[in-house]
Design a protein around this ligand. Structure first.
Ligand SMILES: Nc1ncnc2c1ncn2[C@@H]1O[C@H](COP(=O)(O)OP(=O)(O)OP(=O)(O)O)[C@@H](O)[C@H]1O
Ligand SMILES: [Mg+2]
Length: 465
């Protein structure tokens, strides 16, 4: 923006000052209007846009404070500078509190005026850039607090990016602590709905009798204890997103009602017959296996298909261990800041223990561990001695072996046990880098027994590559 485009209004009842200031500023390259009093100033401000208003404080009738307040009310894009006589600093302070950018004391000096004006207009430019920057940050929500560079999590990122700005219903599944809620937030804040609320409903935590009124609201007197009418969370979320957490815990009765909202985008408050329409996007999450809940008839099949439009499966942390170092780093920074500590990192021994651990509580468990370690740390590096015993002992989870059950003939018990044994041995071997003594120790097994079993099952170290 060139200087001549920037408009300044000068307000003073002293005509001599008006003349001098206008000259200085016009020579400085600004476009200048002058007003000889508060009333005239307000007329100018209502009619024109000014980048800057410079006003004297003490004027008869309508004084500078009133002009300032008018500017502040009128436009957040106009900056105000106050002119004040020598010895009335107190008034200037009041003016700054009311929103003035700066004050200049009389008698005026041309160099001072130009510097202050330039600074004020430069500040305004900066502030506008900051607002833009903040908007961009919001857009990049996921990069700020959602960490991971493993292939599986990158795939989740890609999916979020693709579906965020649509209205499609999303079903997020994954074990506890894998980041389902974080993903729901990332979707909402990357969607065009981001300026409207994301309302979280924990279907498992609210007692069934209350959940319906929580979701849809109720009229006064709808049930005992309903002293006042209340709007439900679906209405609160209008224009935004409803996040239905622990959807697997919803009662069959409410499942029917939810199905209708998903189909028709409308519902009634409890105790009312008036139909309410809302515009919300639905994201649901669960750590339950919904398909088997459908099989067991505890979850409605039609609702399942309504929800499962875009499935996002979040892998457990043990299946993406390469994210662990990045997460550790991220959480150290987070807790250093929160707890005012200066932990720089984990020693390589400590890190390798964390890489070996299977994290049944997933990212939440890792986050809690880092928090604890940062709080307790005295030095700057976290060593083996700072890691809790329970993690050092190492609890390994064996991935469940799927057994196909034939329609006739029942479970092939011997085959299933055989397969389980094989998987167990393979996992131990892979943990031990195929060092048999080590693998045998992991399995609490004699080394020769292990070798015997490997032979019988034809288990060989895979070729590298
Ligand atoms: N990829 C990640 N990057 C950074 N923090 C993460 C990540 N994944 C999860 N977290 C953090 O881990 C904690 C648990 O995540 P979240 O609450 O989203 O899990 P969840 O899957 O909803 O768990 P639950 O099923 O128990 O409700 C949160 O503090 C979250 O911020
Ligand atoms: Mg959750």
């Amino acid at each position: 923006m060139t200087k001549t485009m920037q408009k300044i209004l000068i307000v003073d009842d002293d005509l001599e000052i008006l003349k001098i200031m206008a000259e200085i500023l016009r020579e400085g390259g600004y476009s200048v209007d002058t007003a000889a009093g508060g009333l005239e100033a307000i007329r100018y401000i209502d009619a024109e846009f000014y980048d800057l208003v410079i006003t004297d404080l003490k004027m008869p009738e309508i004084d500078g404070m009133i002009v300032l307040k008018h500017v502040v009310d009128q436009s957040s894009d106009t900056i105000c500078i106050i002119l004040t006589g020598y010895g009335s600093i107190q008034n200037a302070v009041e003016a700054i509190k009311a929103g003035a950018f700066q004050y200049i004391t009389k008698p005026i000096k041309s160099a001072e005026i130009l510097t202050v004006v330039e600074k004020a207009l430069g500040y305004k430019h900066l502030e506008r850039e900051n607002i833009l920057l903040r908007q961009q940050l919001k857009k990049k929500y996921r990069f700020e607090n959602f960490v991971g560079d493993s292939r599986p999590i990158q795939k989740v990122f890609e999916l979020i990016e693709k579906v965020a700005d649509t209205d499609s219903t999303v079903l997020i599944t994954g074990e506890s602590g894998t980041g389902k809620e974080l993903i729901a937030k990332a979707i909402h804040y990357n969607s065009y709905r981001r300026d409207n609320p994301m309302v979280v409903i924990n279907c498992g935590a609210i007692p069934e009798e209350l959940l319906e009124s929580e979701l849809f609201g109720h009229e006064k007197g709808a049930f005992t204890g309903a002293h006042k009418a209340r709007i439900g969370r679906f209405e609160m979320a209008n224009g935004g997103t409803v996040f239905l957490d622990e959807i697997g815990d919803m009662s069959p009765n409410l499942q029917v009602k939810l199905l209708r909202v998903l189909q028709e985008h409308q519902f009634e408050r409890v105790g009312s017959t008036k139909t309410i329409k809302v515009d919300v996007r639905i994201i649901a999450a669960t750590n339950m296996n919904l398909i088997s809940a459908v099989d067991k008839n505890t979850f409605r099949e039609d609702l399942y298909y309504r929800l499962n439009v875009i499935p996002i499966k979040v892998p457990p942390l043990r299946h993406r261990k390469s994210d662990i170092p990045l997460l550790i780093d991220f959480f150290i920074k987070k807790f250093n800041k929160e707890k005012r500590k200066y932990v720089t990192g984990f020693t390589s021994e400590a890190t390798s223990i964390l890489l070996e651990h299977d994290w049944p509580g997933n990212v939440r468990e890792l986050e809690n561990l880092v928090e604890r370690v940062v709080i307790l740390s005295n030095g700057d590096e976290v060593g083996l001695e700072d890691i809790p015993e329970s993690i050092k002992e190492g609890t390994k989870t064996i991935d469940h072996v799927k057994v196909a059950i034939p329609k006739r003939g029942g479970v092939p018990f011997d085959d299933a046990v055989e397969e389980y044994e094989k998987q167990l041995i393979l996992q131990a071997l892979s943990e031990a880098n195929w060092v048999k003594t080590k693998a045998a120790r992991l399995l609490n097994m004699n080394r020769t027994t292990l070798i015997e079993k490997m032979k019988r099952k034809k288990l060989y170290k895979p070729a590298v590559g």
